[in-house]
Design a protein around this ligand. Structure first.
Ligand code: PHE
Ligand code: ZN
Length: 881
């Protein structure tokens, strides 16, 4: 384990490397216990660098076997090798020279899953961000680009399949049952994009012809027998390739594109050039084992990794501070792809829910950081919702400000200007400034300043002057190490909604930059006067969530109900209802804390029921409208002195109130929506199932009986409905016989399918209430559970800690103690996954006093360990600070 040295990396310290490595020749002789890696590096001293400057290569836990300099064994004193550094003390005088480095690895013992490891008998690598230095000594930084030639040797029986980046060059047999393959990647790339896979896998093949006629051989490799489960992923891949040509003019550039699914993986997937490696959870799917959400995730992640080929690989990051350059932009691209493939409004609502659930708490807590951070101790901890999701929102705002055409022109310029380079956010923004003539310097604060801006809006209508006044004010709350904030450029899409629900016209506007239907808020306070407005409108602001802010707008409940029913912008309709529901839940939880009965406005209950039944709206949208704000969302809105039990109770009582009031409609709808005909994962059918499943949750709550859910569980013909029914049973009736029966049947049916059993772990780990921590402890003993596998850990431990508010925040602190103890156990072999689990503590200061003390004690317990990894120490110390 790499323990913490307290070293901090700072953006302002960036300087180019003294040496470059234009070419790299790698040979792997693969063995689980004793792999031999021979790396031949062509080294070029950069122009102007003194010839006697030592060359320092990165390593991580390496042992040097052999070192040749220009083909001759290096003499003692010519170099120094430690596990994490190889220093060529006196490099050759010539500007170009060659190093040959031999290292030995034991991939079977690599449980951190960084570098070269074995998953299920398959050799595979993970190099982003700094895993390549666990394979050989190298300048392991993204601005050092090399052309790779890779030779893989392995036992033919153990590994008939030998893959690396680029195009295949040759293959053949060797002595003693060994064989080899050689791959060549013509595109210079940083070491984090290197990959190798060797093993015995099944394959699904297809072809894709690019716009300019290049014939690309596509392959997805999975465990033998699971080939049929890769069909959907293959379809998503082909759609992604076509879409990137049509929407961004980007073609694929190699003869082959390979995807491999592995079962031990720290993250979702990885965009290695020409050889994407995936967590198998994001490849394998069929109606029997995958839910509609799984299908949608697969589509999005296949697209995401594919899109990286241009945004990330052809153009990469200068340094890891620029991570959002590739991630924020690529998330934006995959969001657009999904929006085009599915329903744009529904997709947008889902994105905003995710942003609020994951990025807002990050931005509002101790781990807040700018989309482009200025400092880090461990880069692994910066693969965050801020870098990814807020990073995507920032790109989206560029498009809102520039308009579709100029945005596309800016992207074209970016691809043209920087192809083959490792660049920065400044380079990216400069392209949009160049094509539009706009000054984006104030806008660029979105990259540099942490924290969620708040906008307050007040409105006035003067009927005699026919004038409507909107007063806006912005503020950005302080975040760690950024006490004072500068004023931001916030693009707010809006409409003035008239009595018929249509947007009203006005004659002129005065006081601020209003372009088309966007207000550009750039000062602290701005007053906007709309002239010639016939009747009092209702302001629909931040339509489509044009800016990732919190909005405080004084609007009467009746105006909000009107927007929820009539706003022409579907996102804003959803938002209006969601705001009303959130307010009702906050009130209800306060009453429950004061030992009073919660009360809800009939008009609100009716509005929700009415939207559920509105056939003019697509089912997926109605399902989202009926999904009550999550407990964590309500907690975040309350902000401080949180009692998760009161919030949980409030949410349950609102669900019940709606269910009772709408009972008959809901029951009829639930019946009518029953799936007829064969399963299809398309968005339309998925939407119908989503609505039906939300209704089931209400119907069960209204009746207080598990019968209907048990019936759906037993009769469903697909995983989406089965899982939804099981969730209703387990979460609403945890101790009932029906639930025990269903859980046992599910376990029995899928006992050999680890990915499906993960769902069984999740549904139990998220049962609300104080007893779940004990249940999770028991489930850790289950034969299908393993602390070594990240998917298992995330399903059972991760979902308990991050998606079970009343369970994790048990009043006696047992949830916190359990998590701290488990995090330390995981850390012993996988610091990266451990650190991610520990992030569940990030909102501890907003809890009521008693829980705060318990959480602090659990964090302190971790902090006091004498040997902590860099990953975990970084998270724990920032969380406690
Ligand atoms: N770069 C990957 C992605 O977002 C994520 C990743 C990071 C995977 C680090 C593995 C390790 O597409
Ligand atoms: Zn990515």
């Amino acid at each position: 384990m790499r323990t913490d040295t307290g070293q901090v990396f700072r953006l302002e310290d960036y300087r180019p490397s003294d040496y470059l490595i234009p070419e790299l020749d790698l040979t792997f002789r693969l063995d689980p216990e004793r792999t031999i890696v021979t790396a031949r590096l062509s080294i070029a001293r950069r122009e102007g660098v003194a010839a006697d400057l030592p060359l320092v290569l990165d390593g991580d836990g390496l042992t040097l076997g052999q070192l040749l300099i220009d083909g001759r064994p290096a003499e003692d004193g010519a170099y120094e090798a430690t596990p994490d550094r190889l220093t060529i003390v006196k490099p050759p005088k010539a500007q170009h020279f060659e190093l040959t480095i031999v290292t030995r690895l034991a991939p079977a013992n690599n449980k951190a899953l960084m570098g070269l490891y074995v998953s299920n008998g398959v050799f595979c690598t993970q190099c982003e961000a700094e895993g390549f230095r666990r394979i050989t000594y190298f300048l392991d930084r993204p601005d050092v680009l090399a052309v790779y030639r890779v030779r893989i040797e392995a036992r033919k029986k153990e590994a008939p399949l030998l893959l690396s980046n680029g195009n295949p060059v040759e293959h053949g047999d060797l002595d003693d049952g060994w064989h080899y393959a050689v791959w060549h990647d013509p595109f210079p790339k940083p070491s984090y994009l290197f990959a190798l896979v060797a093993g015995d896998l099944g394959v699904v093949r297809d072809r894709f012809v690019t716009a300019s006629g290049r014939d690309v051989a596509l392959a997805i490799y999975v465990e033998h027998g699971k080939e049929a489960l890769a069909a959907y992923a293959m379809d998503a891949l082909k759609r992604s390739m076509r879409w990137d040509e049509e929407r961004f003019g980007r073609e694929y550039d190699l003869d082959v594109f390979n995807i491999v699914a592995v079962s031990d993986f720290n993250m979702g997937a990885m965009e290695n050039k020409g050889l994407n490696v995936f967590n198998d959870k994001y490849v394998l799917a069929d109606p029997e084992t995958a839910t509609d959400v799984d299908f949608a995730n697969i589509e999005a992640i296949i697209a995401h990794e594919y899109f990286h080929n241009w945004t990330g690989n052809r153009i990469t990051c200068r340094d890891w501070f620029q991570l959002c350059l590739k991630e924020g932009l690529t998330v934006y691209r995959d969001h657009e792809f999904s929006a085009d493939q599915r329903s744009r409004a529904v997709k947008r609502i889902a994105e905003v829910r995710t942003l609020r659930a994951h990025q807002f708490p990050e931005d509002q807590g101790p781990l807040a950081h700018p989309v482009r951070p200025r400092r880090y101790r461990e880069i692994n901890n910066f693969y965050t919702a801020t870098v990814y999701e807020k990073g995507s929102e920032v790109v989206r705002m560029i498009r809102t400000i520039l308009g579709a055409e100029a945005f596309r022109a800016g992207m074209d310029l970016y691809f043209e200007r920087h192809d083959g380079q490792a660049v920065t956010i400044e380079d990216f923004l400069a392209c949009f400034e160049a094509v539009s003539g706009r000054d984006l310097s104030q806008f660029s604060l979105w990259y540099h300043q942490a924290g969620t801006p708040n906008v307050t809006a007040t409105t006035r209508y003067d009927p005699s002057a026919r004038e409507y006044t909107v007063e806006l004010e912005q503020s950005v709350p302080p975040t760690p190490s950024e006490a004072r904030k500068r004023l931001m450029h916030i693009p707010l899409a809006f409409g003035l909604v008239g009595p018929d629900g249509q947007d009203m016209a006005y004659e002129s506007v005065e006081g601020a930059a209003v372009e088309d239907s966007v207000i550009h808020l750039r000062k602290r306070r701005q007053v906007i006067r709309f002239k010639g407005v016939e009747v009092r409108p209702i302001l629909s602001l931040n339509r489509g969530f044009s800016a990732p802010i919190t909005l405080s707008q004084e609007t009467s409940a009746s105006d909000r109900l009107f927007l929820a029913r009539h706003d022409s912008d579907l996102f804003s309709r959803w938002q209006a209802l969601d705001t009303l529901l959130t307010k009702a839940l906050i009130d209800a939880s306060a009453r429950i804390r004061g030992s009073k009965e919660p009360e809800f406005e009939a008009a609100l209950l009716d509005c929700a029921a009415e939207i559920a039944a509105d056939e003019r709206l697509e089912p997926a949208y109605r399902a989202l409208a009926l999904t009550l704000p999550a407990e964590a969302d309500i907690a975040r809105e309350i902000g401080s002195n949180i009692d998760p039990d009161a919030i949980g109770a409030a949410r349950a009582s609102l669900r019940k109130a709606i269910a009772i009031r709408a009972h008959e409609n809901f029951a009829a709808l639930h019946r009518n929506l029953e799936d007829k005909g064969p399963f299809s994962p398309d968005a339309e059918s998925a939407g119908r199932r989503a609505l039906r499943n939300v209704l089931l949750d209400y119907l069960a709550a209204g009746s207080g009986e598990p019968a209907l859910a048990l019936h759906q569980f037993e009769n469903s013909t697909n995983m989406t409905e089965r899982m939804a029914a099981l969730t209703v049973l387990a979460h609403q009736f945890p101790t009932s016989e029906a639930t025990q029966k269903a859980l046992a049947a599910f376990e029995e049916r899928y006992r050999d399918n680890a990915l499906v059993l993960d769902k069984w772990f999740i549904v139990q780990a998220t049962i609300p209430g104080p007893d779940t921590v004990d249940l999770v402890r028991r489930l850790m003993e289950h034969e299908a559970f393993s602390l070594m596998n990240p998917n298992r850990v995330r399903s059972l431990i991760g979902s308990f800690a991050s998606a079970n508010q009343t369970g994790f925040n048990r009043v006696d602190g047992e949830g916190y103690r359990f998590l701290a103890e488990t995090v330390l156990r995981v850390e012993a072999h996988n610091p990266q996954v451990a650190a991610r689990l520990a992030v569940a503590f990030r909102s501890w200061r907003s809890l009521e006093k008693g829980r705060q003390e318990h959480a602090r004690a659990a964090l302190a317990h971790m902090a006091q360990q004498p040997e902590l990894s860099r990953d975990l120490r970084d998270i724990v110390e920032r969380t406690l600070a």
